[in-house]
Ligand binder design. Structure first.
Ligand SMILES: Cc1cc2nc3c(=O)[nH]c(=O)nc-3n(C[C@H](O)[C@H](O)[C@H](O)COP(=O)(O)O)c2cc1C
Length: 184
């Protein structure tokens, strides 16, 4: 009996790799991509202004980092034709997409320069802000960290806005778009 009245039980260690999961080689890109895809995320579109006009890219690598100072990050693939423009940008805008914005996500996954089908305005620091999203964070590039086949882009949020009301988010899980069903 321990001093707090609990029974102390010694658990024998089990064979380390005997789990209910199927082990795979993490250098197997296809398998790793699949396992990473088990982490469901929201969906964003990131925009910036370039000499060739506005540029957008769909990204689910977005994460909030810090409240003070307000910092966020996302990762851009080196192999993307849009990588260099975002890596060189001083300002960019992160849009959190709503449940009804799958077309926007597909559009900016496919290409980056055609904004003609969407209502947008030039934001306070020049980065395009697309209308109808759940939230928008206008960022100044704070740091860029090389990270394997991606660049981690950290932004300091300089201007932020959120839609009024509850609006559900667009989600991405195992390669599919969907929405969130709360447990009641
Ligand atoms: C849901 C979703 C999330 C994505 N997330 C990222 C991301 O975080 N980073 C990234 O570099 N590309 C991401 N992509 C891919 C880009 O949107 C784009 O398709 C890719 O960069 C192709 O680039 P390119 O046409 O400029 O070569 C995502 C695509 C989808 C559909």
């Amino acid at each position: 009996m321990g001093i707090s009245g609990q029974i102390n039980v010694t658990v024998a260690p089990q064979d380390t790799m005997e789990t209910d999961l199927t082990t795979f080689d993490p250098t197997d890109g296809r398998a790793l991509r699949s396992a990473f895809g088990r982490f469901g995320t929201g969906v964003t579109v990131i925009t910036t202004q370039t000499a060739q006009g506005p540029l957008g890219m769909t990204a689910n690598s977005f994460s909030s980092i810090s409240l003070d100072p307000p910092l966020v990050l996302w990762s851009a693939a080196l192999r993307s034709k849009r990588h260099d423009a975002f890596a060189q940008a001083q300002q960019f805008c992160i849009h959190i997409l709503g449940a009804g914005q799958q077309d926007l996500a597909n559009h900016f996954a496919g290409q980056g320069h055609d904004f003609s089908g969407f209502e947008w305005v030039s934001g306070p620091d020049g980065a395009p802000q697309i209308k109808g999203c759940l939230a928008a964070f206008h960022c100044e590039t704070f740091a860029i960290h090389p990270a394997g086949d991606h660049s981690m882009i950290v932004g300091e949020v300089k201007h932020a806005s959120e839609c009024p009301g509850e609006g559900a988010g667009l989600l991405f899980d195992q390669g599919r778009f969907g929405t969130f069903t709360p447990k009641t």
